[in-house]
Each structure stands twice: as structure tokens, then as C-alpha cells.
Design a protein around this ligand. Structure first.
Ligand SMILES: *Cc1c(COP(=O)(O)O)cnc(C)c1O
Length: 380
């Protein structure tokens, strides 16, 4: 086996499989030269709305913009507080801070890496206006208790589904409802390595609230409904027609992409499940998992050693994320003593994401498993 070829994400292999259709769609954009708000943008918005079973989809420039547009459209005021997970990608904290809003951290669940109603409740104050469940690594946060909490305190719920497109909520009252459609608005990213990725930057929002959709549409387009009449302060955030063309083709394969990831995840579960010191990712009973990342936990400070050992054996791995939000210099509004968000801090020391993509093979995974088992055995 050519072990030098194991990749964290294999965009090249996937492109080779879809090349004919993707090339044709791109060529059509070039022939029509409608690069901004072209036909593919409208088609992709319709196709994605159908897929997500959402009333409206509004495309935009990237996933970070999607979050920014959501907060702008909800008309939050400077000083308003928004509850976000302490273990997260930086985008949410960044746009909140830029808008003069205050991110307030809440700890996460150690098995699912997501916000819980219990941790969110501790972060509540009388200035709290919204809550952002981030469906990290491809699995929904437990939404029923979170929605209940939001309802009780009149909070907006913004779902970050950048890593969880296609995940279904299976909790009692939600009959396999798509992630992103349970709260007021869902934010998506089409960064190339995401489960549905384009060939550059891209993002979108989905909502079932027509008024909110209307505001999002306007804000993404300089706050105008009618050209040169600016009703709201807006931004310029658009999905390129070329990217919409790629996404229109790839959306037709998303279910199959996610199934391949799920298959690869079960193989990892089997290969790694019995290795002492390795904890495989928890599967929640209330959500399907689309495995944007397959993230193990490595006990007893062996994570960095294991990562180096994998690297020596030509196996890529990544630490998402090596620092909790309250420890980030730009976002630590005050000194947080160690243990302020114990789970987030522990995860930042223990998590390791393994190669996960639509082209991953059993042979590659067996090899990865044998190298991990070998390292852990040597540490006993
Ligand atoms: C990727 C990602 C984003 C941001 O998406 P961009 O398109 O890179 O701006 C936001 N939140 C989460 C959880 C992400 O994984």
C-alpha cells in the first residue's frame, strides 16, 4: 500500500470522480459569463432549500459571514450577550465581537463536544439575547432542552451547521428534521474541506421565518431590496456563480458523501474501540452524525506524542481545537482561572482528529489503527 498517500481530506480524489459534471457546470458559467448572482446561484438556493426542507436559503460569501448576517438580521444591540460554546472554532466569537455583542462562554459535553442546556443555563444573564449551538464535528447538540431553555428566556437560536450539513435530529418530537432548521436560523459554510465544499469560499443561511429571510437577503446585499435604496446597514456577501455551479453538482452527491463518512467512522470505531487510552467519539441518541471530523480523545497527556508518532508514519492528523475560547488572547476579556470551563480545557488537551473523507479506504484505516495501537502499547 502507498502509505504516503493518506490524506486528512482528499479533495483531489473526489474531484476526479465528479470531474465530468463539475467541469461541464463550470464551463456553462464561463459560456454565460454570469459570474455574480447567476442562474446557478438561484438553482443552488432552491436545491439546498429542498434538501434541508427549509423555507428559504440565502447564500453568502462564507460561513463566517453567514454568522455575521444572522446576528445583524436579528437586530441585536451592543452589549447584548450571546451564549457560545467554550470549545469551538473562532468564527462566532469573532463576528460577535466585531458587532459589539458579547460572547459568553458555556462549557460543552465531554462525549459529544457540544453545548448542553445545563451548561448554557449557567451562562444566562438578563442581557442574554441569543444562543449558538454549534453542531461540532457533524453531530447535533441536544436541541430539545436547548430550545426549551431558549423559549423560556425569549432567546434567539442560531444553529452553526458549518460541520453538520445533512445531519438529522432524531429526538422524540423531531422526526429526522434536518440540522439547521430547528432554531430561528442555520449558518452553513462551503469551505472546500466541509462535507459539502466548493472550490473557494462559500456560505449560506437557512430559515423558516420569512421576515428574517427577507432581512438576511437585504443585509447580504448592501441593505437594499430595490437597487440604490438602502433600508438597512448591510454588507456585500455573495456566493460566486462558479461556486454555486460546483455546489449544485456536489449537493446531488451529499447523501452518498455522508454515508461514506459514516461507514468510515464505523470502521474506525471497530478498529480503535478496544485500544486502551483511546476514546472513540460518542454517538448521541438524538442525532445522526455526518462525521465532518472523526475525533478521538487520547488520555493521560499522550495526545501530542501520538500525533508525532502518526506523523513519522506518514499519517496526517489535526488538533481541532488546541485552545479553548476563554484562553484565546484576543477573546479572554478577563483572566479565567484554570478549570473555569473544565471540559473545554480537557478536550483541548485530548482531542485528535484522524483522516476522514469520502475516499478513505479500509486498508488505510487498518494501517492507521495499527500505528495507533502500536504507539499506545509502547506507552503502557
Ligand atoms: C468552517 C466553520 C465556520 C466558518 O466557515 P468559513 O466558511 O470558513 O468562514 C464557522 N463555524 C464552524 C464551526 C466551522 O467549522
Amino acid at each position: 500500500m502507498n502509505i504516503a498517500s493518506i490524506r486528512m481530506v482528499d479533495l483531489h480524489g473526489q474531484y476526479q470522480r465528479l470531474k465530468a459534471d463539475i467541469d461541464a457546470a463550470i464551463q456553462q458559467c464561463l459560456d454565460q459569463t454570469d459570474f455574480i448572482n447567476g442562474a446557478y446561484v438561484r438553482q443552488f438556493q432552491r436545491d439546498l432549500a429542498t434538501y434541508l426542507q427549509a423555507e428559504q436559503v440565502i447564500t453568502c460569501g462564507n460561513g463566517t459571514d453567514a454568522l455575521q448576517l444572522a446576528f445583524m438580521a436579528l437586530d441585536l444591540q451592543p452589549g447584548d450577550e450571546v451564549i457560545v460554546p467554550a470549545f469551538n472554532y473562532v468564527a462566532t466569537a469573532e463576528v460577535l465581537t466585531l458587532l459589539g455583542l458579547t460572547p459568553v462562554w458555556a462549557d460543552v459535553d465531554p462525549d459529544t463536544f457540544t453545548l448542553t442546556a445545563g451548561t448554557a443555563e449557567k451562562a444566562l444573564s438578563n442581557r442574554t439575547k441569543a444562543i449558538v449551538p454549534v453542531h461540532l464535528f457533524g453531530q447535533c447538540a441536544e436541541m430539545e432542552p436547548l430550545l426549551h431553555l431558549a423559549n423560556a428566556h425569549n432567546l434567539y437560536v442560531i444553529e452553526d451547521i458549518a460541520q453538520a450539513i445533512g445531519s438529522r435530529y432524531t429526538g422524540a418530537r423531531y422526526n429526522h428534521q434536518m440540522a439547521g432548521t430547528l432554531g430561528h436560523v442555520g449558518c452553513l459554510s462551503f469551505f472546500p474541506s466541509k462535507n459539502l465544499g466548493c472550490y473557494g469560499d462559500g456560505g449560506a443561511l437557512c430559515t423558516n421565518h420569512p421576515e428574517l429571510a427577507d432581512r438576511l437577503q437585504m443585509i447580504a446585499n448592501h441593505g437594499q431590496r430595490v437597487k440604490y435604496r438602502h433600508e438597512l446597514v448591510g454588507v456585500n456577501s455573495r456566493l460566486d456563480t462558479l461556486q454555486a455551479a460546483v455546489l449544485t453538482v456536489k449537493l446531488r452527491h451529499l447523501e452518498e458523501f455522508n454515508q461514506h463518512r459514516q461507514l468510515a467512522a464505523s470502521r474506525y470505531d471497530e478498529i480503535l474501540g478496544a485500544i486502551p487510552g483511546i476514546r472513540i467519539p460518542g454517538r448521541a441518541g438524538y442525532s445522526t452524525h455526518v462525521f465532518h471530523q472523526y475525533t478521538i480523545r487520547v488520555a493521560d497527556h499522550k495526545r501530542d506524542g501520538l500525533q508525532a508518532y502518526l506523523h513519522e508514519h506518514n499519517i496526517p492528523s489535526m488538533v481541532y481545537y488546541p485552545m479553548a475560547m476563554h484562553q484565546q488572547p484576543a477573546y479572554a476579556r478577563r483572566q479565567y482561572p484554570d478549570g473555569s470551563f473544565p471540559v473545554a480545557e480537557m478536550l483541548s488537551r485530548q482531542v485528535l482528529s484522524l483522516p476522514m473523507h469520502t475516499e478513505l479506504t479500509q486498508r488505510e484505516q487498518d494501517y492507521i489503527g495499527s500505528v495507533i495501537a502500536d504507539y499506545m502499547a509502547r506507552q503502557q
